[in-house]
Design a protein around this ligand. Sequence first.
Ligand code: GLN
Length: 295
Amino acid sequence: MSDSTAPTDDVWTVQRILQWTADFLQQKEVESPRLEAELMLAHARNCQRIRLYTDFETPLADDERARMRDFVKRRAGREPLAYITGRKEFYGRDFAVGSGVLVPRPETETLIDVCLEHIPPDQAVKVCEVGFGSGCIAVTLAKQCSRVSVDATDVSSHAMSFATQNVANHEVGQQVTLFEGDGFGPLPREPAGRFDGIVSNPPYIREDEMAMLMPEVAVHEPREALVSGADGLVLVRRLVSEAVDWLTEDGWMVLELDPAQCERVVELFRAAGFAKTAIHQDLSGNDRVVSAERS
Ligand code: GLN
């Protein structure tokens, strides 16, 4: 029998591979199997997702199939989709991400909104960020406010490499300066009390909580970006107590937290001498962000 009579079922068309992948990812308990199959195939074919629908009957080229096979295998091992596609959208912009940095989360957009409430438009404002990760917070603040400058730190060299890329991609190198090191440690000490605001999405998960998280987070994302001691607040306590040395007299600080930690962190801020505090909800209605002002 000649090749031309080979049953079309043997041909891996776009439609067929999408169906197969969606079924396979469903068995592996991936949350949105069809959507993720489409996003991976679009990435493997280097095309827009919408294009898959006009190419339904098109067979995949060998290199596209090889790339797709690799992506599906990784996703079945519960590697985050964002590490496979190498990008994640945050606050309407695209960020390069990969193994070694925390994938930007939608709830962190609330952290941005609360910072923006504290930043007067058209004023030169100096912000410090601890734990920049992919750089999504520092870059977003710089993009939203052209007169904001951000000095940001992170202990991770992976974070440094992704954030450097994102600062360059979004052309905010004039506004954002990245320092590698722990907490406020790598920042120049002088002049003291120079920041108008401090922002952080610190590690805040309790050690005993790690085992309960999805494998995407627990196995694949960087532990130092997630966990902070038995109650999840080891780094937060340190940042709150050191913050006053870095802030202006009417400076502010904004932290992302677990909903169950917010009340406790309000108390920490009060004990550290902050005058005004507030708890803010994320888009799912959970307490997520605590803000505090010195006066
Ligand atoms: N909200 C994140 C998560 O669930 C935690 C991020 C963090 O610790 N800053 O996985």
